[in-house]
Structures are given as C-alpha cells and as structure tokens.
Design a protein around this ligand. Structure first.
Ligand SMILES: NC(=O)c1ccc[n+]([C@@H]2O[C@H](COP(=O)([O-])OP(=O)(O)OC[C@H]3O[C@@H](n4cnc5c(N)ncnc54)[C@H](OP(=O)(O)O)[C@@H]3O)[C@@H](O)[C@H]2O)c1
Length: 264
C-alpha cells in the first residue's frame, strides 16, 4: 500500500491521540475530530454519539485512527455507539480503520472491557480493511488511580494487583506505524516494559512527588479480585514499550515541575 494522504484521528485531542497526531503530521494530512470548537488547523468539530459532523470528518480520508472513547465506566455502551456511528458515517468508502483497544478485554468481566470487545467486533465485521492494537493501561491512567488512592492519610491499594503500564508515546509510535502501513488485522499486543504491583507503582509515585504515606494493601474479593489475580490485563507474548512508570513520572515532573494526570 502507498502511504496514506489523509488521516482522520478520532480522539485526536486526547492523551494518545494528541501524541499520535504529532507523529503523523509530517507523514500525511491529518484531521482531528473533537466535540469542541476547532483548536487548530485540521480540527473538525463533530460528535461520535450524535453523528453530527461525522460525514465531513470522514470525507476523503484513506485511514481512520479511532482513538476516541467516552471512558464512561458507568455507561460503557457509549463506546460501542461511537464506533457504530463512525462506521455508519463511512458509508460506501473504504478507509483503513485502525482501532486501539485494551489488553484483557476478552478475559476480564468488566462492563467497559465488554464494550471495547463489542467495538472490536464491529470493526472486524465492518467490511473495511482493519487493524486492531490492544495496549495495557497508560502511565497517565495509573497516575490518576494512584493520586485518587492516596488522598487520605494513608495510601490504600489492592493486594495482588499486577499491572504493566505503558507510556502513551510508545503506543502512539506503534499506532503511527500501523496507520501508515497496510491493514494488518490483529497485531501483537503492546504492554509496558515492567510488570509491577499496585504497591510498587504507588511507591514510585510517592517517591517522585516526595510525599510520605504508609501503603496499606487490601484484598479484593469477587469479580475484581479474580480479574487482578488471573493477570488478564498483562501481555503474555506481545511487544514491550521502552519507558518504565518511574522513569515516565520522573521525566514529567522534571519537565513540568508538577505531576498532574490529564483525565477528568
Ligand atoms: N487510557 C488507557 O490507559 C488506555 C489503555 C489502552 C487502550 N486505551 C484506549 O486508547 C484510546 C485513547 O485513550 P486516551 O486515554 O488517550 O483517551 P482520552 O485522553 O480520555 O481521550 C478521549 C478522546 O475521545 C474523544 N471523544 C470522547 N467522546 C467523544 C464523542 N462523543 N465524539 C467525539 N470525540 C469524543 C475526546 O475528544 P473531545 O473531548 O475533544 O471531544 C478525546 O479526544 C481509547 O480508545 C482507550 O480505550 C486507553
């Protein structure tokens, strides 16, 4: 396949999408879909849930990198609606659709993961050329969880919970390769370079921000306990990113002077 001329990035204003857009800009004409008024050249206003603005957003693109997500854990089906609306907008055209999903969506009995799996199926059955990359949790998302878990006088983390967080830049780099390459179906999963317990991740966070907190590990029962225990959110034989969590936090605080997570 020749290099794409025009690429639409849904979620191009989000954590992954912003980085992906930066990496694609000198390789193709990049369009960014956002619900907000245009924030720069290439921005197209539209809403994946209502369908508003989507026809113009997809018009004439060779590749769609679908990175948007409502990230609504209470109403996970919103992500399925978004994917469905995107596919409906494409109509008779045949852009290559590159979708980013999450490691473990087929193993973990959690509504949001089920919705991502349903979205994967819509992509596979769309009749379009497609590529799906599953990635583990981004460092920024783990940072958000950790900041919330240590708001009190002690830091409370789940016991036996293992994660393999990955730098969004590593995921963006892989996505950029996939967007500029031919449709590849399912590609190897991408995880971070290290598997770490939530307590280890909390220690890295507290060290970085130079805060002292006792860390209490509490057992998780029920479906969540099973989920963490099985390790379904870790990659088995996929690819590994390059930046460990602690190094990522250190680099961020060094450059920004403060550590904030970008999620609402
Ligand atoms: N975060 C993780 O740890 C992780 C791990 C693995 C895979 N993923 C997947 O990677 C993708 C990107 O995640 P992220 O953390 O970078 O997301 P994010 O920062 O939360 O960004 C979400 C993006 O979705 C867009 N969006 C949401 N609702 C929309 C709507 N109705 N219409 C149009 N755009 C809409 C937002 O754009 P506006 O607000 O500008 O409209 C925003 O750019 C998601 O599919 C996610 O499931 C994430």
């Amino acid at each position: 396949m020749t290099r794409p001329e025009r690429v639409l990035v849904t979620g191009g204003s989000g954590v992954l999408g912003r980085d992906l857009v930066r990496r694609l800009q000198d390789r193709a004409e990049v369009r960014v879909l956002s619900r907000r008024p245009p924030q720069g050249p290439g921005f197209v206003q539209g809403d994946l849930e209502t369908g508003e603005g989507l026809a113009a957003a997809v018009d004439g693109v060779d590749v769609i990198a679908h990175c948007a997500s409502a990230a609504d854990y209470r109403r996970p089906q919103r992500d399925v609606t978004q994917t469905r609306q995107l596919l409906a907008a494409v109509r008779g055209a045949r852009p290559h659709l590159v979708y980013v999903s999450i490691v473990g969506v087929d193993q973990i009995p959690f509504g949001f993961f089920q919705a991502k799996l349903d979205s994967e199926r819509l992509v596979e059955e769309s009749g379009l050329p497609w590529t799906i990359l599953r990635a583990t949790e981004f460092h920024d998302l783990m940072l958000m969880f950790l900041m919330r878990l240590c708001m009190g006088p002690v830091a409370v983390v789940p016991r036996n919970a293992l994660f393999q967080p990955v730098a969004p830049g590593d995921v963006a780099e892989r996505m950029a390769e996939l967007v500029t390459g031919p449709a590849a179906g399912r590609v190897p999963e991408l995880g971070g370079p290290k598997v770490e317990s939530m307590a280890d991740l909390m220690r890295s966070y507290l060290d970085t921000v130079q805060r002292r907190r006792s860390i209490i590990e509490v057992p998780l029962w029920g479906r969540l306990g099973t989920w963490f225990g099985v390790g379904g959110q870790l990659i088995t034989d996929g690819d590994r990113g390059t930046v460990p969590f602690a190094d990522y936090l250190h680099a961020r605080i060094t450059s920004d002077g403060v550590l904030r997570h970008p999620y609402r």
